[in-house]
Write a protein that binds this ligand. Structure first.
Ligand code: DGL
Length: 267
């Protein structure tokens, strides 16, 4: 038994889609979430800066006495997971490997598309993780930077989002992929639109769900689940207070939470 909370960090609000899955799959666990809203986006930054920011994010979570850390941000998972594992004495989980494993499991024709930020595509992390599991799977990646602001704007079902998705996804559809990994925290918020563009026969993989299942397996195996009669209390921290957080929070977690602002530069 380990009653300490699970730490989750993201570059901002997008990681709430991951927090939502963790809360659903591990309903007795407490969450400490940090969204780096002052320094978002991470998606177009260099590996060095992403890793520097991620280290600060982990240090903050450790100050809250977390028992494990989930990197909800695909860009940080893709660029900084190994550095964080080596640097910190706490189990650290990224979203890339669970998402990659699921893509390999579901593809029938061995053609997988990855949609993600520029930083995630540049790292090739999904391709590498997929090909470790199955070297025969062909991976086609496409950076879709405009999806992040569209999701944050709440334009999940607007014409502009559909047109943008059609343009971004054209290449992947032409390659004949039967599976597309939504390799960015925000994309599950656009799921309906993405599905209608790729067609119902293409499987969309959400790494958030797979990550929540992976951490559940780890906590069970290591006897680290929270055992308590009281209802779990979640806490949310940001580096800059914005309306966006509450907006996405009510959408992703179907509940309003208040946030506390912290100075991430001091970690
Ligand atoms: N959280 C980032 C990701 O999943 C998207 C937003 C950003 O660029 O920071 O890659």
């Amino acid at each position: 038994m380990d009653n300490r909370p699970i730490g989750i960090f993201d570059s901002g609000v997008g990681g709430l889609t991951v927090a939502s899955q963790v809360i659903k799959q591990l309903e007795n666990e407490e969450i400490v979430y940090f969204g780096d809203t002052a320094r978002v986006p991470y998606g177009n930054k260099s590996k060095e800066i992403i890793t520097k920011f991620s280290c600060q994010d982990v240090r903050f979570l450790l100050s809250k006495n977390v028992k494990a850390v989930i990197i909800a941000c695909n860009t940080a998972s893709a660029n900084s997971l190994d550095d964080l594992i080596n640097k910190f004495d706490v189990p650290v989980f990224g979203v890339v490997v669970p998402g990659a494993k699921e893509a390999v499991r579901v593809t029938q024709n061995q053609k997988v598309g990855i949609i993600a930020t520029i930083g995630t595509v540049r790292s090739d992390a999904y391709k590498k993780a997929i090909n470790i599991v199955n070297a025969n799977v062909q991976v086609y990646s496409k950076a879709c930077p405009l999806f992040v602001p569209l999701a944050e704007e709440g334009w999940a079902n607007e014409e502009i989002t559909r047109l943008t998705a059609e343009k971004y996804l054209k290449e992947l559809i032409e390659k004949g992929v039967d599976t597309v990994v939504m390799g960015c925290t925000h994309y599950p918020l656009l799921r309906q639109c993405l599905q209608s563009v790729v067609g119902n026969e293409v499987r969309l993989v959400d790494p958030a769900y797979e990550t929540a299942m992976a951490i559940k397996e780890y906590l069970v195996k290591n006897n680290m689940l929270r055992v308590a009669e009281t209802k779990p209390q979640h806490s949310f921290f940001v580096s800059d207070t914005t309306d966006m957080f509450e907006k996405i929070c009510s959408k992703a977690l179907e509940k309003r939470y208040s946030t506390e602002e912290i100075d991430i530069e001091s970690y």
